[in-house]
Design a protein around this ligand. Structure first.
Ligand SMILES: Nc1ncnc2c1ncn2[C@@H]1O[C@H](COP(=O)(O)OP(=O)(O)OP(=O)(O)O)[C@@H](O)[C@H]1O
Ligand SMILES: [Mg+2]
Length: 487
């Protein structure tokens, strides 16, 4: 095995060094050093996983070696050897960061067990750091924040599809970031004449939409006093973003189909085809497939549009992204409001994690803005956020009467109506959910190990798991108690 763990044995007595090496070299890759200088040589140049060092090293002080080893960028796990009776020094060594100590005369089996344990704790420590980093890492391309598992494939798709000319259909509820994604795709497309032109299809009457998209000739219809260049032509060489595509009428659908298929358009009132080179991105918060079924949207156009589809999940299924988004909006809005804010008050985030955000990210942003405006201190607390946050299912959406934004209301309301009682399965934040599930997975469902990875006591984990187990979806992922290996 070439990835055997490495152990550095440091002792000024030759027979101890040799004895240890003999007993350990079957299991580990062993190095020996007779003094601190030799030891440092190995520590600096080789990958040493565990250092086993005498506390009294002739003239060298083992404690100094310990400090130097622990100060390295990738410190080894340090186990100290000490003469029987000098336990105080050993305790001091542990206070400084040594993993453990063994007393001389050595029990070689004990040493081996200790080294194995040390290695395991080191792996766990590394995994713990990696786990935390993973949760903290912010995926951000073109201002799209989101670190949750559901956002990762979306970000990958955006990156993958951007440089192509493929038509993209973005589906998602209101406020999930459809326009942001459309702009990201355009910005990453690298199209030379990089302009993006947006048309909000729902806002225009059929006739106006048609001339808006394709332009018109002078005198094409009453009121057409000038020739007008349409959005397709304006977007030539770049991207045309058709927002609320589900709202366009039947006749414009036909024309759009042709524009997409043949890359030519005709201005209203003209039969002269104009060649265009436009990448189309469409967005909708309607269920287009259902509209096709109901005969409200052309099937051929539907398939033309959805060469690539991006489905943006509602915020309630990716609550793990709330902390990052909230933090981002807090910073942004504090800046625009000329205020300096500390991170969100500790009661704010739990409430935000419980709420279902029917208005999605736009609503989250609005809530933070509410908080920024209502707070007179340097912190946004729960009492500064809209009081409907206390209703986890978002029944409060739209109820933004002044009485509901009174801060008094927000702090004193404990929902008693069962309909607005926070769901008990959301007592732990989504971030915690993720961490716990990952830790359990990585520890092979060993709760002691998982608790260690999470930096919490086994009992705390136990308690949190009890909450977690109430959730049916999680129960499937977390093995039931009976199958958990004894730990
Ligand atoms: N992943 C994200 N990271 C950061 N900000 C986001 C993200 N998604 C959306 N936003 C912000 O949320 C707000 C709403 O996004 P956007 O306008 O793109 O939503 P939409 O899906 O087009 O909504 P609608 O259907 O109502 O038009 C914007 O301020 C946008 O910048
Ligand atoms: Mg939009």
């Amino acid at each position: 095995m070439n990835d055997q763990a490495t152990v550095l044995i440091v002792d000024d007595e030759k027979h101890t060094r040799d004895g240890l090496r003999l007993s350990l070299e079957d299991e580990f890759d062993c190095y020996v050093a007779a003094n601190a200088a030799e030891a440092m040589e190995y520590l600096e140049n080789d990958r040493i996983d565990v250092m086993l060092t005498d506390l009294r090293l002739g003239e060298d002080n083992g404690m100094k070696l310990l400090d130097a080893a622990l100060a390295l960028p990738k410190p080894p796990v340090c186990i100290m050897m000490t003469a029987y009776g000098s336990v105080d020094t050993a305790v001091e060594a542990m206070r400084r960061g040594a993993y453990h100590f063994v007393t001389k005369p050595l029990n070689l089996d004990e040493v081996e067990i200790l080294i194995k344990r040390a290695l395991r704790s080191r792996t766990l420590e590394h995994e713990n750091v990696a786990l935390k980093q993973q949760v903290e890492r912010k995926f951000s391309i073109e201002g799209i924040l989101g670190q949750s598992e559901v956002m990762k494939p979306i970000i990958e798709t955006i990156q993958q599809v951007a440089p192509s000319r493929a038509t993209v259909l973005i589906e998602g509820e209101s406020g999930t970031g459809k326009e942001l994604v459309a702009r990201a795709i355009h910005n990453l497309s690298g199209r030379p004449k990089a302009n993006i032109v947006s048309v909000h299809c729902a806002a225009l009457s059929p006739q106006i939409l048609e001339s808006e998209l394709f332009g018109h000739e002078k005198g094409a219809f009453t009121g057409a006093q000038e020739r007008r260049i349409g959005r397709f032509e304006q977007a030539n060489g770049g991207t045309l973003f058709l927002d609320e595509i589900g709202e366009i009428d039947a006749s414009t659908q036909v024309k759009l189909l042709r524009a997409l298929g043949e890359q030519t358009i005709e201005r209203v009132g003209s039969s002269k085809p104009i060649q265009i080179n436009v990448r189309v991105i469409a967005a909708t918060n309607r269920d287009l497939a259902k509209m096709v079924e109901e005969g409200k949207f052309r099937e051929d156009l539907y398939w033309r549009l959805r060469v690539v589809t991006i489905q943006l999940p509602p915020l309630r299924v990716r609550k793990g992204d709330i902390p990052v988004l909230a933090d981002h909006f807090l910073k942004e809005l504090a800046k625009t409001n000329g205020k300096a804010f500390k991170p969100l008050g500790e009661d704010a985030l739990p409430a935000m994690m419980k709420y279902d955000w029917p208005g999605n990210i736009r609503e989250l942003r609005a809530a933070i803005e509410h908080g920024v405006v209502m707070s007179n201190s340097n912190r946004v607390m729960l009492k500064h956020l809209p009081s409907y946050l206390l209703n986890p299912h978002g029944l409060g959406i739209g109820l933004r009467a002044p009485s509901l934004i009174s801060t008094k209301d927000a702090t004193s309301t404990t929902p008693t109506d069962p309909a607005i009682k926070p769901k008990s399965d959301l007592d732990i934040t989504e971030v915690e959910h993720q961490l716990i599930l990952q830790a359990l997975q990585r520890s092979g469902n060993n709760r002691t190990v998982a608790a260690e990875m999470l930096g919490m006591s086994r009992r705390t984990l136990q308690r949190k798991l009890k909450d977690l187990n109430m959730v049916r979806t999680h129960r499937r992922r977390v093995q039931p108690e009976a199958q958990t290996p004894a730990s």
